[in-house]
Design a protein around this ligand. Structure first.
Ligand code: EPS
Length: 384
């Protein structure tokens, strides 16, 4: 079993993670992890904090000579901004900062302060911040290397920001990868990209924020990851849980998603074909690569919807936590649109769930053992 924990506050010393259950013998470059961290920081619509931070990973344990050892991989991503916050965020000394008491609608501010009995919302927002996802992206970068050893690769594309919908129907996966990675908003449709940037500029001018939709696509998956035998082993359920745990995510659709509800069964199910060379395969992929919570060998396609983030520069009405007076919500330095960054986080979350399922099925203590098990399974499938 693969598992992880993260820790760290947005303006604390660093974001940290421990990844446990990685097999030994996986060669991972620091530059590979740093490249993914950089991708998460990018995207049109990010705020000024991203000019301060240059997220870089420090591996503290679990690797030697560039390879995993099979022991827990501990990592840290220092916050450069900590220098500017160390008096306010001091662990033991009295805080020098002014208390935050005006909860932002849509944020964890109010519920967090009530739940954890806090009268300074900073004690909530520092951990509720999406900055935590830097740690998840570092983990995602490591497990993506594991997946690539088995020919599994993940791409993402932004398909909607605010009211602007991209035309991406029929694009080949190689085209998506090439065009999305060359786009400021990770969108392969150039005209939509232009309009999305316009919408973001407008939202910024209005002191407002924007949500949207991204899609994560995984290719090279074998038939048989996940299981139908128990709810917590269903891969669809695990993927949805992981993706829904990304801040601001409000919806997850697999394959055709919500559209399946309006079509007859004959137009939804993917008919089954067989060729000796290919084995069992499909000509359509409405299921999005999962049947019964198990991968069916087709690309895994998942769409994820984000609400606009809740820190508005033109704040909404709220109530002061202490005085109970009607006030305008707190204004923090923030992003206008995080959909392109969220797509990178989505890739990481999907990578983690798939790596976990891969280890469950082909599990071993080392990469070479996993590969032996994997080759044996592929041979078995060929003989069916
Ligand atoms: C950040 C995500 C956002 C940023 C944050 C860094 O966090 P939140 O979910 O709290 O809005 O705004 O930066 C700041 C808090 C800041 O000081 O600007 C990230 O993804 O790294």
């Amino acid at each position: 079993m693969l598992r992880y924990l993260t820790a760290g506050e947005s303006h604390g010393r660093s974001l940290m993670a421990i990844l446990e259950g990685m097999p030994s013998g996986l060669r991972v470059d620091k530059t590979t992890i740093d490249r993914e961290l950089k991708r998460r920081q990018a995207g049109y619509g990010r705020g000024k904090r991203m000019n301060i931070e240059k997220d870089r990973v420090q591996i503290l344990s679990g690797m030697r000579g560039g390879e995993t050892l099979g022991s827990p991989v501990a990592l840290s991503i220092p916050n450069k901004d900590w220098e500017n916050w160390k008096l306010i965020m001091d662990t033991f000394g009295p805080s020098k900062g002014e208390k935050v008491t005006r909860p932002r609608p849509g944020h964890a501010d109010l519920v967090g302060a009530l739940k954890y009995d806090q009268d300074d919302i900073r004690n909530v927002l520092e951990r509720a911040s999406a900055r935590e996802t830097a740690a998840r992206v570092a983990i995602g970068a490591i497990v993506k290397v594991l997946l690539s050893e088995f020919g599994i690769s993940i791409v993402s594309q932004v398909i909607q920001i605010g009211g602007v919908k991209a035309k991406v129907e029929g694009l080949k996966i190689s085209e998506i990868k090439r065009k999305a990675s060359g786009s400021k908003v990770s969108c392969p449709d150039r005209e939509a990209e232009r309009l999305m940037i316009e919408e973001i500029d407008k939202a910024k001018k209005d002191g407002d924020t924007l949500g949207g939709i991204f899609e994560v696509i995984t290719t090279g998956l074998p038939i048989g990851l996940g299981s139908y035998v128990h709810p917590d082993r269903r891969l669809d359920g695990r993927l949805a849980q992981g993706l829904m745990s990304i801040p601001a995510v409000k919806g997850v659709e697999i394959g055709l998603g919500f559209r399946v509800s309006e079509l007859p069964g004959s137009e939804v199910q993917d008919e089954i074909f067989y060729e000796q060379k290919k084995g069992f395969y499909r000509k359509t992929n409405n299921a999005g690569g999962l049947e019964g919570g198990v991968t069916n060998g087709e690309p895994l396609r998942i769409k994820v919807a984000l609400k606009p983030i809740s820190t508005l520069q033109r704040p909404l009405s709220s109530v002061d936590l202490i005085t109970k007076k009607r006030v305008k919500a707190t204004v923090e330095r923030a992003d206008v649109c995080v959909v392109p960054a969220a797509a990178v986080i989505g890739e990481s979350v999907v990578a983690f769930e798939l790596a976990n399922a891969l280890i469950e099925k082909f599990g071993g203590d080392s990469i070479s053992e996993m590969q032996r098990n994997y080759r044996g399974y592929l041979k078995y499938l060929k003989q069916r």
